[in-house]
Ligand binder design. Structure first.
Ligand code: NI
Length: 185
């Protein structure tokens, strides 16, 4: 089932999400619906507050062809180097993230911030502990688009949006557009 995507200005996008304490059928159904909604919107990640749920649940699907360069994107997963595509889609709760490495700019967008893209500086790499819905845990160490996407999505769980992380000059440029978005929602 497709879910409405909450838009910039919605209070739920600014709240700190509660951990998921029990994975029941409602959570599993929500995760399925979030995946469907993300795919339909051509997104690569979606966090629960973006569908008006104030809980720590995220879905991610990094497409095969998204990264440039000849070599296939890889990630360390539970101590083993594997292709990023082999762990897609990711569906997880209560993530713990440890970004590291030097910060780089990358053009980000968000399904909850319509028609705005902006350069955001974030660390290039991430160590992440992700609990899947079956209770298994993925210890991931990665760079590239997956590291970027993990940071963007987990920001949502803390009530942060990518537009909070742009330079102060860019914030001034974006202010009018964002005000209009908040009024339109
Ligand atoms: Ni987003």
């Amino acid at each position: 089932m497709l879910l409405p995507i909450t838009q910039y200005g919605s209070p739920v996008l600014r709240t700190k999400c509660a951990p998921v304490t029990e994975v029941d059928d409602a959570i599993r159904t929500l995760a399925d619906n979030m995946l469907e909604t993300m795919y339909a919107a051509n997104g690569i990640g979606l966090a629960a507050p973006q569908v008006d749920e104030n809980i720590q649940l995220v879905v991610i699907h990094i497409p095969d062809d998204e990264e440039e360069g000849e070599s296939e994107p890889m990630a360390m997963v539970n101590g083993e180097l594997v292709p990023v595509k082999s762990i897609m889609p990711l569906v997880f709760i209560n993530p713990v993230l440890e970004p590291y490495g030097k910060k780089e700019f990358f053009l980000e967008g968000c399904l909850s911030v319509h028609n705005i893209r902006a350069n955001v500086a974030r660390p290039t790499n991430v160590k992440a502990t992700l609990t899947q819905l079956d209770g298994s845990v993925l210890e991931i160490d990665c760079g590239g688009l997956l590291a970027r996407c993990l940071q963007h999505e987990c920001d949502h769980l803390d009530g942060f949006l990518f537009v909070d992380r742009v330079s102060s000059a860019a914030k001034i440029t974006l202010a009018k557009k964002l005000k209009r978005l908040a009024e339109q929602r």
